[in-house]
Every structure is written in structure tokens, then in C-alpha cells.
Write a protein that binds this ligand. Structure first.
Ligand code: CA2
Length: 147
């Protein structure tokens, strides 16, 4: 089983500012957590980060072959990108939306999520641990489907 984890713009800068919102851990800590979770779950994982909407759309399209599920934190594109929504719908893979912060309790514009409509569930405000939860959720879902 292979899971693709996609991170959107500026998540590569985690840990350098706004620790009250995003915590003190860095992007490298996040990648370590994702790899460790994949090891525990016994699944393959690929971690991808881009600051460019089109690159994220391309990556989702490429996942159509050889990937079983997607964990995605589109960052600011969450609130703007119909292109990412359409890409997720196009490949039709089970996807889980993750946000480190509780986007429902911040500025009004962060309450809007275009990608949510193409996701099985959304995990928000659980910090970096939300990625591990999302990966476990996907594994359970995919295991149920293959039974
Ligand atoms: O809470 C989340 O995970 C977000 O997706 C993070 C995005 C934000 O635009 C979304 O509304 C919610 C921001 C990602 C990175 O932002 C940084 C800000 C300061 C320092 C480092 C990264």
C-alpha cells in the first residue's frame, strides 16, 4: 500500500515563525514523523512539498497510477484552489485533508475549504500529529475496501 503526503506553500518553513499557531517543530521533523508513521503502519509513503499550485495538481494527477491514498495539507491553496479540488476528484483516490492549526477558529477566509469536497474527512487543529491520524485513517479505510 502506498500513501502520498502532499504539503502546500510555506509548510517547508514550519518552525521559523508563529510557534503559537503551528508549534516549534520544523518541516524536517514533520517528514520524520510521517516516515516513522509509515514504518509503524507497514506502508510505503512519499512526501511531497511545493509552493506552486500547478506542481501540486501535476503530483495528484501522477498519483493515479501506483498510489492508494492521499493525505493533503494544501496550506493557503485550501482556501482558493478549485484546480486542486478538481485534480483530487479526477484521480478519485481516497484523500484526507489535514491542517496543523484549527482553521475553523481563525480568520473567516480560513473556514472555506475547496478541497474538503473531495476528501473522506478533515483533521484540523491536531498539530503535526494530525498527519499520523490521517495516515491511520486512510490505512483503515483502504484495508476495509480490500476485505
Ligand atoms: O493549519 C494549517 O495547516 C494551514 O494549512 C497552514 C497554512 C495556512 O495558510 C492555512 O490556512 C492553514 C500556512 C502554512 C505555513 O505557514 C507558515 C507560517 C509561518 C511560518 C511558517 C509557516
Amino acid at each position: 500500500m502506498k500513501i502520498l503526503v502532499i504539503n502546500g506553500p510555506n509548510l517547508n518553513l514550519l518552525g521559523i515563525r508563529e510557534p503559537d499557531i503551528y508549534g516549534k517543530k520544523t518541516y524536517s521533523d514533520l517528514v520524520d514523523l510521517i516516515n516513522e508513521t509509515a514504518r509503524e503502519l507497514g506502508v510505503d509513503v512519499e512526501v511531497f512539498q511545493s509552493n506552486h499550485e500547478g506542481d501540486i495538481v501535476d503530483k495528484i494527477g501522477e498519483a493515479y497510477v501506483g498510489t492508494d491514498g492521499i493525505v493533503i495539507n494544501p496550506a493557503a491553496y485550501t482556501h482558493t484552489s478549485i484546480a486542486i479540488l478538481d485534480a483530487l476528484k479526477a484521480v478519485g483516490l481516497p484523500a484526507v485533508e489535514v491542517h496543523i492549526s484549527d482553521v475553523g477558529k481563525r480568520e473567516d477566509f480560513r473556514r472555506i475549504s475547496y478541497v474538503r469536497a473531495a476528501c473522506e474527512t478533515s483533521i484540523v487543529g491536531h498539530g503535526l500529529e494530525g498527519y499520523a491520524e490521517a495516515m491511520k485513517f486512510l490505512c483503515d479505510l483502504l484495508n476495509k475496501k480490500t476485505k
